[in-house]
Design a protein around this ligand. Sequence first.
Ligand SMILES: NC(=O)c1ccc[n+]([C@@H]2O[C@H](COP(=O)([O-])OP(=O)(O)OC[C@H]3O[C@@H](n4cnc5c(N)ncnc54)[C@H](O)[C@@H]3O)[C@@H](O)[C@H]2O)c1
Length: 259
Amino acid sequence: MLLKDKVALITGAGDGIGKAIALAMAREGAHIVSVDIDGDAAKRTANEVGEFHVKELALETDVGDTKQIEDMVVRTIETFGRLDIIVNNAGVTRRAGIMELTEEDWDRIHRVNAKGVFFCLQSAARPMIEQVSGCIINIASIAGRGYIGASNAAYAASKGAVIALTRKASQELGPYNINVNAICPGVTLTPLGERNRVIRAQEQGVSIEQALENSVKPIPIRRANDPEDIAALAVFLASPSARNITGQSYNVDGGLIPS
Ligand SMILES: NC(=O)c1ccc[n+]([C@@H]2O[C@H](COP(=O)([O-])OP(=O)(O)OC[C@H]3O[C@@H](n4cnc5c(N)ncnc54)[C@H](O)[C@@H]3O)[C@@H](O)[C@H]2O)c1
């Protein structure tokens, strides 16, 4: 088992990519803190995690709120006594053209995707600095690297922020034996992807199935990601094999865009 008895906290673990990461890390022996703004969804994931005979804790936390982030880390340390891995996965968006975006869109998206990732990283780094070990994985997006099909410009900017933050944080936290890396998923089959696809289908005047085909066509490997494709890289980055990898952002996109 690659992560035996590590304590891993995953934000946005109630569904999609976060849920797949929680289950994949549990399968490798990690104890899981399942965090979501939807407390019932966090609990559902925690229940599934329990099937792997690891310990679990479900927390209802809005990662856009710094007080709730602090409480999330305090509860984790109270329960498990340490924090080895945090996956900053929670993210929001909506499909919109640049001229349709409002100040409310910008604030809502950056509150979770940029501010949320930064303060989760900072709060998790406190116990990790004391432990002199830790692993931080940020879920960015190929939207932050110029993907033409990105859901909107404010979202792309928030994910660019995550890629830059990953580099800078890795430099400052490296001396404490803390690795910081990011994953940039491409087209991934999750509820978020599905919501965007409904709007895309309306824009293109095609069925939802056809909109998915249109998204997959330019992918060299001709396949969208399952959430498990992202989870597999997260497990590797959290494993001892990745101990000298830090500050990197890896695309998992079937070759859709250059790094
Ligand atoms: N699906 C894709 O195609 C795709 C592509 C690139 C990047 N991503 C990124 O991957 C991450 C996960 O996306 P997904 O597709 O699984 O999304 P999803 O919407 O399917 O699941 C996201 C989960 O995060 C939770 N969440 C939302 N806001 C939150 C908040 N403020 N605090 C805590 N939890 C919150 C939701 O309740 C949900 O359970 C996001 O950062 C997203 O930007 C997704």
